[in-house]
Design a protein around this ligand. Structure first.
Ligand SMILES: NC(=O)c1ccc[n+]([C@@H]2O[C@H](COP(=O)([O-])OP(=O)(O)OC[C@H]3O[C@@H](n4cnc5c(N)ncnc54)[C@H](OP(=O)(O)O)[C@@H]3O)[C@@H](O)[C@H]2O)c1
Length: 239
């Protein structure tokens, strides 16, 4: 499977890119500038020389040509970036990892974007794609350090069960990451907002936290909820 990352030149997208490449996905790091993507990919391949990571560079349109697309831009750029490659995204699973946050003094505060979450605004920008929200709480530095395993639960939500399933399968390929089906896309609002709490903990305890939930049996991929019947891929109750 090829995974394209829009805004993949930042810390989050490039970290996710190398981690996914390390478990066998072909990754395209996308950028508004193909040359910036090439520079970033050169640096990543230099850092992880000897691992033969299947990572290539392109512009965002190239990345959007992949099988599954991740949006790793700042929150206020996600809608415009998705719109700019809407044709390529049509019919595909799009994973949105953007968090709408701001820092006021020493406090991280969640923002409420139009439609309640960044993921919902991307779904509205490109109605023909199937957005799943995921990877919001995985710290980039640890994610991108291939010398060390990263341990975290990954909350995923979508109005399309096949988008949740595809995202879960991608997450589950990474050792010690556990995908959790958190429900429909409306859950993206609290999932994105909760990131502010994690960043606040990072500041307070001078660390980088990740989330791990107790009480859920260790199942890598959530069971199929059968909501695909009829072939629409939409969860029951979604439009
Ligand atoms: N950092 C983390 O630990 C972490 C973890 C989980 C989720 N996230 C989320 O992942 C997203 C990316 O985080 P980041 O720290 O990597 O962000 P970032 O460095 O600020 O931005 C990522 C990339 O987005 C592109 N970009 C920036 N402004 C843009 C604009 N106005 N229009 C279109 N593209 C633009 C840039 O790529 P080009 O200039 O090359 O186009 C940039 O390299 C954020 O929403 C963040 O909340 C971050």
């Amino acid at each position: 499977m090829q995974i394209g990352i829009l805004g993949g030149t930042g810390p989050a997208g490039s970290a996710l890119g190398v981690r996914l490449a390390s478990v066998g996905f072909d990754v395209v790091i996308g950028s508004r500038s193909r040359y910036r993507a090439m520079e970033v990919v050169d640096k990543l391949l230099d850092r992880w020389d000897g691992r033969n990571l299947p990572v290539t560079a392109g512009d965002n349109a190239d990345a959007a040509g992949a099988d599954v697309i991740v949006i790793a831009t700042p929150w206020d750029a996600a809608y415009g970036t998705a719109t700019s490659v809407a044709e390529e995204l049509d019919g595909k699973v799009v994973i949105c990892m953007a968090n709408a946050l701001t820092r006021i003094g020493k406090e991280f505060q969640p923002l409420v974007p139009p439609r309640g979450s960044v993921a919902a605004s991307v779904q509205a920008a490109v109605p023909g794609c199937r957005v799943a929200a995921g990877f919001h709480h995985v710290p980039a530095k640890e994610l991108g350090d291939l010398d060390h395993p990263i341990e975290s639960d990954v909350l995923i939500c979508s109005d399309y069960s096949d988008a949740t399933r595809t995202t879960s399968e991608i997450v589950a390929k990474v050792p010690n990451l556990r995908p959790l089906d958190a429900g429909g896309l409306s859950q993206a609002t609290p999932i994105e907002s909760f990131t502010a709490v994690l960043l606040q903990l990072n500041v307070h305890y001078k660390t980088r936290v990740a989330v791990k939930f107790t009480g859920i049996p260790e199942a890598a991929v959530p069971p199929d909820d059968g909501a695909d019947e009829g072939g629409t891929g939409a969860r029951e109750g979604s439009e």
